[in-house]
Write a protein that binds this ligand. Structure first.
Ligand code: AKG
Length: 277
């Protein structure tokens, strides 16, 4: 038995590479987060530029607080132990009735992280039903590496339009629908993807990517991460400062450097004729 997950849930995560859902946020907390996000989007003219959808925890105390949510960290500790860094956070937004989708992929191949223990969590800030295009996974796929195609397809929300090079009709996939306020957990190598949003509401998710402190960045000399629990005896990443208030100038400057480093990593080896984040 862990702090949050039962022994069966931990075993399921180890065998299948995912566990979901966990109830974390109240309806009021979800409303508050959504209001703050949508206020920020209005400031930016309606939607966030790609570089701001990533690492928002460096810019805004409310995202930093979500990243340090005790229930989430207890659950992550059950899966990877007590010394935890958060590498990144990303907003995954599909507008109402939109064709946006996320191609099937495994993240570890693109992030340069040395540890296959990295755990991705996804917080639903609106209902993420199957009709809204919730995430699905291929159970057990965290145990092997699958080649990817890079399609750069317009509606694919991934940086390179990645798609697994396998026939999905031969795979058994499992949908992970979430109600607003619930959270899913998947291993960084678990193959996952999601379809379009055919509902009348936006599908809004916020992912955080947690890793043991011994993890190294293999694609860049310098990278950042937030120490969210325990001790970091390895110092492989520069620790992100916690923002004192929204868009604090020092935080904006740090975020710019961190986002530049992230862009180099995410696009390492990619085609050069494509627009970058
Ligand atoms: O939002 C989605 O549908 C996919 C998110 C994702 O790829 C991730 O959190 O790793």
């Amino acid at each position: 038995m862990g702090k949050v997950f039962s022994a069966d849930q931990i075993e399921k995560y180890e065998n299948d590479g995912w566990v979901s859902p966990l109830n974390v946020l109240t309806a009021e907390q979800v409303r508050d987060c959504r209001t703050r996000l949508e206020r920020w989007e209005s400031m930016r003219g309606g939607s966030l530029p790609a570089h701001e959808r990533s690492s928002g925890h460096i810019l805004f105390p409310w995202i930093d607080e979500l990243m340090r949510n005790e229930t989430i960290l207890d659950a992550v500790e059950d899966l990877i132990g007590p010394d935890i860094l958060c590498w990144n956070s990303v907003f995954w937004i599909k507008e109402a009735s939109s064709p946006s989708y996320v191609g099937w992929h495994q993240d570890l191949e693109y992030w340069g992280l040395s540890s296959a223990e990295v755990v991705s969590i996804w917080i639903a800030l609106s209902d993420a039903s199957e009709d809204a295009g919730c995430m699905s996974v291929i159970p057990g796929s965290h145990k092997y590496v699958i080649p990817h195609n890079e399609t750069y397809a317009e509606d694919n929300l991934l940086s390179r339009g990645q798609e697994l090079e396998i026939d999905l009709r031969r795979q058994s996939t499992v949908a992970m629908p979430l109600e607003a306020g619930q959270v899913s957990f998947h291993n960084v190598r678990t193959a996952h993807g999601s379809g379009p949003n055919s509902t009348l509401d936006r599908r809004i998710g916020l992912s955080f990517h947690y890793m043991p402190t011994h993890t190294k960045q293999t694609l860049a000399e310098w990278d950042t991460a937030a120490l969210v629990r325990g001790e970091d005896q390895h110092h492989n990443f520069e620790h992100c400062p916690q923002p004192a208030y929204d868009l604090e100038p020092a935080a904006v400057e740090f975020h710019k450097r961190a986002a530049d480093a992230m862009r180099q990593i995410i696009y390492a080896g990619a085609r050069t004729d494509q627009p970058t984040l």
